[in-house]
Design a protein around this ligand. Sequence first.
Ligand code: DGL
Length: 236
Amino acid sequence: MNCKIGIFDSGIGGFSILGELKRVLPNENFLYYKDSKNNPYGEKTEQELFHITSAIVEYLKIRGCRIIVIACNTATTRCIKKLRMVYPELIFVGTVPAIKIACDGGFQNTIIMATPSTIESERISELIKGNKKESQKFYLLPCKGLAHLIELQKQEQIESLLLKLFSPYQNKKIDSIILGCTHYSLIKKEISKIFCHATLIDGTKGVAQEVKHQMKLNNLEMARNKQEIKVVTSKI
Ligand code: DGL
């Protein structure tokens, strides 16, 4: 396959981004690396993550991908800088918690759900500092174990973990929730059941638009009239 856009995540989370990419780039080929074997990324050290993600980048690179979409907030906040340094010949588009969208939207009380690793990353504080207005409050919520349950599709356990995670916020007038892990975009319905008045925000559309922009900027667009999508899975 003459592939150009490589995508990866620790499993099914990045499918939300792949879905949007398919829509905005109907003439491109995609190769998705679904790294279920190494899920959860969010509970690994930065060294472990760099080791894993650079092996995936190699895999995608030798299959002809020039642009790589890190469809994972954890891998982006922890590894994108180093990956860009090690692979200057590739274009990387990352995914970060959509804090800017929440700030621009004027939300006052926002929960940021993300993996423990993303929550502890410097990038989160940079994004809050760089975008927050005085009156806006952010509650950082590390959701240990949640991405793994979503990967394994353990419905009942997902719902009871959500109840436990959200219980301290029931009287905080939460008006928005940032889904700072791509796996969480797959459980919007379950989250809305608990916070039915909060707006759920993810970075899916922004990532797809950035990929489109980079394709144009780097002259990578193809004049094909069909789309090929291939998904490879690391062994569980
Ligand atoms: N989907 C990933 C993210 O956006 C990571 C989930 C995990 O493996 O912990 O952060």
